[in-house]
Design a binder for this molecule. Structure first.
Ligand SMILES: NC(=O)c1ccc[n+]([C@@H]2O[C@H](COP(=O)([O-])OP(=O)(O)OC[C@H]3O[C@@H](n4cnc5c(N)ncnc54)[C@H](O)[C@@H]3O)[C@@H](O)[C@H]2O)c1
Ligand SMILES: [Zn+2]
Length: 362
């Protein structure tokens, strides 16, 4: 297949390009090289690529020539600086997706794999021993300040048991980025209905691995820890370190994209979008991740600070069983091995951390 990979110069996109090439496909990259993601120009990779913005209709139409399927990774990522970033997020992520889909409709390209995100769920799944499945709202500042980090049952206050979200959990996007990721899925579903196309959204969990950008307002927590250790400092862990996440290796995410691209044309139902959680199915706490990285680097032990950020979710882990069952995908990089490799792997230079992080409080 000839596959257009938007955002193919980015962290995940560049691994997708490698996975596609290894499986005998022909990737072509379209990337605007956003300065936040690329303060320095990327090294030449030998892959065919077009320096253009997904919002540029003419460039996208040209890039789609002879293409069988699109793998849409291009997006502005992370929490950003503040609400003033909202128009840029909506522009890159949603207007960009609409322009891409319109060009695909015109060119007759009918297969799409979208880089989705588990941020569309908001909080994870929780069960109360007395009331069963419940949906706690955002945690109150008074609770966080008192060190009560576990969300309680909205009915009886009992600490809740965290569980795994599945793809049918209701969406609850809680910031601009999450809202744009959900809108991308709705746009792709509308496109699929309108043109009888086939769309898959891979809702990635916390992706980490070689090439991950350094600590920027747009990067993930593994990057912050890795950068602190590279400076010889202890990783600083918020709350009590017990926040549960699913860390999935970037090569596994890339192979999920390749599997989805191969399956989407053959087996996905036409006229709709299918969402797949894409995680390792081996949840760990943030504290465990910091310890694994510190040990692998031979650096100082993590400092668990009890500080917190309003708006952070306590636990979010999902079941990726649908992806395993329907597409036969298996993650192959175990947590310990992946973290050890990541501790020594080069990071991509990130943009200057011009922004304050989302209000840490002590
Ligand atoms: N990293 C994660 O943990 C994670 C988790 C969930 C979802 N995702 C999704 O995965 C995708 C890739 O993310 P990443 O972590 O590799 O980020 P990244 O910033 O490394 O890569 C994104 C790429 O898209 C390009 N881009 C952005 N806006 C563009 C535009 N308007 N036109 C053309 N190119 C544009 C950037 O230049 C960059 O190369 C994104 O869609 C993101 O939402 C990432
Ligand atoms: Zn209860």
């Amino acid at each position: 297949m000839r596959v257009l990979v938007t955002g193919g110069a980015g962290f995940i996109g560049s691994h997708v390009v490698t996975a596609l090439t290894d499986r005998g496909h022909e990737p072509v990259v379209l990337d605007a090289l956003l300065p936040a993601a690329h303060p320095a120009p990327p090294r030449p990779s030998g892959t065919e690529w077009i320096h253009a913005d997904v919002r540029d209709r003419a460039a996208v139409a040209e890039a789609l020539r002879g293409v069988d399927a699109v793998c849409h990774q291009a997006a502005m990522v992370g929490l950003g600086k503040d609400f003033a970033d909202a128009p840029d997020y909506v522009g890159c992520n949603d207007l960009g997706t609409a322009v891409l889909l319109a060009a695909m409709a015109e060119r007759g390209v009918r297969s799409l794999v979208l880089a989705g995100s588990m941020v569309v769920y908001g909080e994870g799944r929780y069960d109360c021993p007395r009331h069963g499945r419940v949906r706690p709202g955002p945690r109150a500042e008074a609770d966080l300040a008192a060190g009560r980090f576990e969300p309680g049952c909205p009915d009886c206050g009992t600490p809740l048991r965290p569980g795994l979200v599945d793809e049918d959990a209701p969406a609850d996007p809680r910031n601009v980025y999450a809202t744009t990721k959900l809108a991308q899925e709705h746009l792709a579903a509308a496109w699929a209905r309108s043109v009888d196309g086939r769309a898959v959204s891979l809702r990635y969990h916390n992706v980490y691995g070689p090439g991950m950008p350094r600590d920027t307002p747009y990067a993930g927590v593994a990057s912050f820890f890795r950068s602190a250790l590279a400076r010889g400092e202890a990783p600083t862990v918020y709350e009590d370190g017990g926040q549960r996440r699913d860390f999935v290796h970037v090569r596994d995410v890339a192979s999920a994209n390749a599997a989805a691209l191969e399956a989407v044309a053959a087996t996905a139902p036409a006229g709709g979008l299918t969402a797949y959680n894409t995680g390792s199915d081996d949840p760990h706490t943030i504290g465990e991740m910091a310890e694994a990285l510190a040990a692998a680097c031979g650096g100082p032990a993590p400092q668990v600070t009890g500080a917190y950020r309003l708006g952070d979710v306590r636990h979010i882990t999902a079941s990726s069983r649908r992806l395993r069952d329907q597409l036969g995908w298996r993650p192959v990089v175990p947590f310990d091995q992946g973290m050890t490799e990541f501790a020594h792997a080069p990071q991509r230079a990130g943009a200057a951390p011009a922004a304050r992080p989302l209000r840490p409080v002590r």
